[in-house]
Design a protein around this ligand. Sequence first.
Ligand code: GLN
Length: 225
Amino acid sequence: MTAPLVGVLALQGDVREHLAALTAVGARAVRVRRPGELAAVDGLVVPGGESTTMANLAVRSGMLEPLRAAVRGGLPVYGSCAGMIMLADTVLDAVEGQQTIGGLDVAVRRNAFGRQVDSFEGAVRLAGVPGPPVHAVFIRAPWVERAGPEVQVLGRVEGGAADGKIVAVRQGRLVATSFHPELTGDLRVHALFAELVGEAAAERVRDQATGGGVGAGAVSEGSQS
Ligand code: GLN
């Protein structure tokens, strides 16, 4: 099978770094700015940047509703920092009227680590990521303040003032981190996401072959009538 095609939402933020990280883990990576480009990808990265700007640009470029529809349709999406905010159903300390794509049943707090500490770095152990903890770079980062029952917590801050705060989550095909693995050269989060995208793409091909759709995977082959 050819490598999965992973888009990076290229409205604003650190798009280039994600394209490079995705390419380095063997995915085919493209910029996504328009609905037609979104329709072509097997997965999407929503980069770090500034969620308020990104949300405004998504509304103005007519991308917000297609992005919401893609998430509802089961597209794998990984959001990093501002991207995590974009995937959250609820944003605390949002600007007035701030829109999100949503889909992740979490409440995230923007700029949660406090104004004094704009950025900091730390080691975060991530579920599903083998080997040593991930070196996590936080830049005016959010954290997850509440997570719904379907949300799997992948990682928390250990030690310091933010001890125990949730900084990595997964719900179905949506993955989000408060931090920026694309800035560290540690490609394990991108590798994990590319694997998820590959699995989802293979599932889609299987569903198409058997005449099923998204969600039809639960019907076993023996139960066709
Ligand atoms: N503070 C930013 C926001 O609210 C996120 C920062 C980042 O992506 N590094 O969107």
